[in-house]
Design a protein around this ligand. Structure first.
Ligand SMILES: CC(C)(COP(=O)(O)OP(=O)(O)OC[C@H]1O[C@@H](n2cnc3c(N)ncnc32)[C@H](O)[C@@H]1OP(=O)(O)O)[C@@H](O)C(=O)NCCC(=O)NCCS
Length: 263
């Protein structure tokens, strides 16, 4: 067991009692529960495009690596998971998408899957499981963690940002799925950059334009019907402090001090 505690069910509804949970590493014995959780997750998603499902063989392969799968369990069984993938083929390595040095590609870990049962959302379980897994990855000798998130998946994106992941690319993956590719340097501390520009998450072309100009996305802010992503550009701002944003990508920007993870 890694950790235990009490969590709310159905956002603390008066009809539901709090539940005791335990976080444990998973192995092949948990594969059926993993498949059942995946099914509940996809069935309950209004927009199924944001979550990719996988075969039992896919998970079986990933579960071979010790500590690669973590589960949170209540007396109802598996209610949340985080699964790491250590990419073997270069074409599968997200480090390539975010232009990591070739020598570092063998030190990349993917957060391949993270999900929380709908009845137990709002207990910060994604953040908790990922925090454990990032530490595990560091101990295993990884330098970089990468993951993919749909631009429509505000909750997951917010949790990734809270762990210091930054958006480094936005592209179609797996055929037709639009995904941010996020990166976290597991070795270097964060550094400050003196600027910030906000753009709607639904403005895909504008964000691709910013990313192509070397901007990185690092925070989101909720609006009434949408959310904005904050982007900053380390080098341009360092060398050109009076740099004015061109309006190729968006119509307006705001300035303030921000922190970006080191490249
Ligand atoms: C993304 C996900 C793992 C986050 O779950 P979580 O760790 O429980 O989320 P948090 O504890 O950070 O939730 C923060 C708030 O957002 C709400 N929330 C979280 N996920 C939500 C969702 N999918 N739909 C609506 N609200 C959601 C929570 O209820 C909570 O609300 P509150 O502040 O009013 O209590 C979960 O939504 C999920 O499993 N989604 C489907 C699978 C998925 O998208 N995985 C990630 C793929 S990259």
């Amino acid at each position: 067991m890694i950790e235990a505690g009490i969590i709310k069910k159905n956002k603390g509804s008066p009809e539901e009692e709090d539940a005791v949970f335990e976080i444990r590493y998973m192995d092949e014995d948990n594969l059926d529960e993993m498949m059942a959780l995946q099914e509940v997750i996809i069935q309950n998603l209004a927009d199924k495009e944001i979550f990719r499902t996988h075969s039992i063989d896919y998970f079986k392969n990933l579960f071979q690596v010790e500590k690669a799968a973590i589960g949170a369990f209540t007396e109802e069984g598996l209610i949340a998971c985080s699964v790491l993938k250590f990419p073997e083929e270069i074409e599968d390595n997200f480090g390539v998408d975010v232009n990591l040095p070739i020598d570092d590609l063998s030190r990349v870990v993917h957060i391949a899957k993270v999900a929380v049962h709908p009845a137990f959302r709002g207990n910060s379980l994604q953040r908790k499981l990922q925090g454990i897994h990032l530490e595990v990855a560091r101990e295993m000798g990884c330098y970089h963690a990468c993951c993919m998130v749909s631009p429509k998946n505000r909750h997951s994106l917010q949790n990734m940002f809270s762990h210091g992941f930054i958006i480094k690319a936005l592209k179609l993956k797996f055929g037709s799925r639009l995904r941010y590719i996020l990166h976290k340097n597991l070795l270097r501390p964060n550094m400050s950059v003196p600027d910030e520009i906000q753009i709607l998450s639904s403005n895909i072309a504008g964000q691709i334009c910013l990313l192509n100009q070397g901007f990185l996305g690092f925070r989101l802010e909720l609006l009434r019907d949408d959310f904005e992503i904050s982007y900053g550009r380390v080098q341009a701002l360092r060398y050109l402090p009076e740099f004015q944003y061109s309006n190729h990508c968006m119509s307006s920007g705001r300035r303030s001090f921000v922190t970006l993870a080191a490249r």
